[in-house]
Design a binder for this molecule. Structure first.
Ligand code: ADP
Length: 264
């Protein structure tokens, strides 16, 4: 396989109609994957054709969160991605044995990403979401090289310390000449189930801080796309493979996620 020339990436063609978003965060645990799967499920429920590339090498969790239990199959020289809730998914986890940790180096990651984009039969997608590993690692550079037109979505919590790290993840776009489509603040507040009063568990303002800082750095307006509250059912949905946006569409967090999905 080593000597074969790499296949063309359909999304990289100038006439591609697929919008590609790379979902990035400064650090792990801010809800990047949860946001990705809920946006994907929202978009699919709206009738858009959606795919997700789970490129979070060490934290791949998209298949579980979306309830994908199928495996990729091979048809001729293409890989058919399994799907759940009308979302096609390919994950690094589908190509590793069991739950073993992945110790891949930069060039291998690049090659894997290239294959996920070129060798997987995605069909005509409206939107492709890529769940990147946290931080400003090799994979962000690979995305920029393989898909220069991919736009970045930055996920952060409201905490100022987290915002500083998220800002660095977004600022990589200045080097790669990519656009940052917007910032999503997650875990913004906990609404009281009885009176609706909001408790700002992780502080406030982080999302706006990142959006403003990136607007400055990039010289182009980077909007704060939304603020998703804490909802224990969002976590439960991730554990059971039923995204909150489908399971309880009236939940405050679900409504906010739909509003964000509408802007993509
Ligand atoms: P990341 O992809 O950034 O590492 P995850 O999506 O895995 O983060 O989220 C980290 C943890 O926080 C998970 O257990 C997830 O279920 C939970 N979580 C994420 N967002 C929310 C939210 N808005 N409300 C409640 N739990 C959340």
């Amino acid at each position: 396989r080593g000597g074969e020339p790499a296949k063309e990436i359909p999304f990289a063609k100038p006439n591609s109609l697929t919008k590609v978003y790379a979902v990035a965060s400064g650090k792990g645990g801010v809800g990047k994957s949860s946001i990705t799967v809920n946006l994907a499920a929202s978009l699919a429920a709206m009738g858009r054709k959606v795919g997700v590339v789970d490129a979070d090498i060490y934290g791949h969790s998209v298949p579980r969160m979306l309830g994908v239990d199928g495996r990729p199959t091979k048809v001729e020289d293409m890989i058919m991605p399994p799907a759940a809730h009308d979302v096609k998914v390919i994950s690094v986890g589908m190509f590793t044995a069991g739950n073993q940790p992945v110790v891949w180096r930069g060039p291998m990651l690049h090659r894997a990403l290239q294959q996920f984009l070129a060798d997987v039969y995605w069909g005509d997608l409206d939107i492709l979401l890529m769940d990147l590993p946290p931080g400003t690692g090799d994979i962000a550079i690979s995305v920029a090289q393989l898909l220069p037109s991919a736009e970045i979505l930055v996920v952060t919590t409201p905490q100022q310390a987290a915002a500083e790290v998220a800002e660095r993840a977004g600022a990589i776009a200045a080097q790669t000449h990519q656009q940052v489509a917007g910032v999503i603040e997650n875990m913004s507040y906990l609404p009281c189930p009885h009176c609706g009063e909001r408790t700002e568990i992780f502080g406030s303002g982080g999302g706006q801080t990142v959006a403003d800082a990136l607007t400055q750095t990039l010289g182009a307006r980077v909007p704060l796309l939304g603020q998703v509250p804490i909802d224990p059912r969002l976590r439960e949905g991730g554990d059971t493979g039923r995204p909150l946006v489908l399971d309880d569409p009236d939940a405050e967090a679900a409504k906010e996620l739909r509003t964000i999905a509408d802007k993509l």
